[in-house]
Design a binder for this molecule. Structure first.
Ligand code: ZN
Length: 392
């Protein structure tokens, strides 16, 4: 046992050192298989997507912090890679809607649509949940009014819920709020009435709910980010969170729900398949989950074939261009055993992935066809982008 712990500590120390080194460098060597592998296989270097892309999961405030230079460079990168539209999920109601829309739209009105999100804490004290906005009597009424106003002004195309919903937002007495508390029902209803899809990040990968030991398949990453672990008894189980989300979806069939990150169940596509069958108003997107899908290429390909009309393209960006190109490679190529990230050490599991080799008819739906149908405002922007591309 002593030896094992010592080894783990040494490996972790080495890994932490290389992690910080790798994060300072912009590695572009995404084509090489791991250093120790002698395997020589075909490499497809895709510089742009085969069809116009709509990226339904990006964060230009949470990650981009409204950096104008980053935005300009990103739009140039979108042009190079055939990305027509990004959906930014960072317009916080009563706080950052105008600012977020102004930031994205002052120069690039045709390239972005915006989802609102909700500040549950508001101006309340962090350690006094009774003071949080979500525990005040007018909270839901205010949210509904804001959703109507922002939708009326053409500012928002949907509503986003972060994983804190179920894991960190609290009732006045300090207990965790239940995702399917009937208090929130009017929000799900109004989103259906206004034609706003609801994108929800619920729970997290299975490994994040398991003890952080060397036996955990995401041990290194959880060691670097201890706050990503929900293994402690204070948190609900992943199953409970999934079930609470599913009860909301079942109760509100007229509202479209987008389960972010493949419902955080990309490791178990048989279970996700069951949810897809049960809830016709459920669609999924696979931001930051090509690591999971690409390690089960046969199962994932069958899933993409079966649900080709209900899968949206998402990345959780803005990411470096090298990362985006791995998404094209994952979806379009038959390449074997390649990195899912430009970062070393591997940031989401120490394994490599395989391409799905999807046919053009499915690619077109996943890249933009489904997003056009599900998200208001996207159709017009994609049409403009395609027209401009033809004229070039
Ligand atoms: Zn995200």
């Amino acid at each position: 046992m002593f030896r094992r712990d010592t080894n783990a500590a040494v490996v972790l120390a080495f890994w932490l050192a290389t992690w910080s080194l790798a994060n300072c460098q912009q590695s572009s060597d995404v084509d090489s298989v791991s250093a120790s592998s002698q395997m020589k296989v075909a490499k497809t270097n895709l510089l742009r997507a085969a069809f116009t892309v709509v990226d339904v999961h990006t964060h230009f405030f949470v990650k981009g912090k409204h950096n104008a230079e980053l935005l300009k460079d990103y739009v140039a990168m979108m042009d190079r890679n055939n990305i027509a539209v990004c959906v930014s999920l960072d317009a916080t109601l009563l706080k950052r809607v105008d600012e977020h829309c102004d930031f994205l739209w002052s120069e690039y009105r045709d390239r972005f649509v915006v989802f609102a999100n909700i500040d549950f804490q508001g101006n309340g004290e962090a350690d006094e949940p009774a003071t949080w906005s979500c525990n005040q009597v007018d909270f839901v009424r205010n949210i509904i009014e804001q959703l109507k106003i922002c939708r009326g002004k053409g500012q928002i195309s949907g509503l986003k819920f972060f994983k804190d919903f179920g894991l960190r937002y609290r009732n006045g007495d300090g207990s965790l709020i239940a995702m399917d508390d009937p208090r929130w029902d009017p929000i799900w209803v109004i989103c259906g009435e206004l034609g706003l899809p609801v994108i929800m990040h619920t729970a997290d990968p299975g490994a994040f709910f398991e003890p952080v030991t060397p036996a955990n398949e995401r041990f290194f990453e959880l060691s670097v980010h201890p706050n990503w672990s929900f293994a402690a008894a204070e948190f609900p189980s992943r199953k409970e969170l999934h079930e609470a989300r599913n009860r909301i979806i079942a109760k509100h069939p007229k509202t479209t729900f987008i389960a972010a990150h493949f419902g955080n169940d990309a490791e178990n596509l048989a279970e996700l398949d069951g949810w897809m069958q049960s809830y016709p108003n459920l669609v999924v997107e696979f931001a930051s989950r090509i690591n999971e899908l690409g390690r089960q290429p046969y199962t994932a390909r069958r899933f993409f074939e079966k649900y080709q009309d209900r899968i949206l393209f998402g990345t959780d960006g803005p990411w470096p261009e090298a990362r985006l190109r791995l998404y094209w490679r994952f979806l379009e190529s038959w390449d074997e055993y390649f990195e899912y990230s430009e970062k070393q050490p591997r940031p989401q599991g120490d394994w490599q992935i395989y391409g799905l080799g999807l046919p053009p008819t499915i690619l077109e739906k996943i890249y933009h066809g489904n997003a056009i149908r599900v998200i208001p405002g996207v159709r017009e922007k994609v049409a403009k982008f395609q027209k401009a591309s033809l004229e070039k």
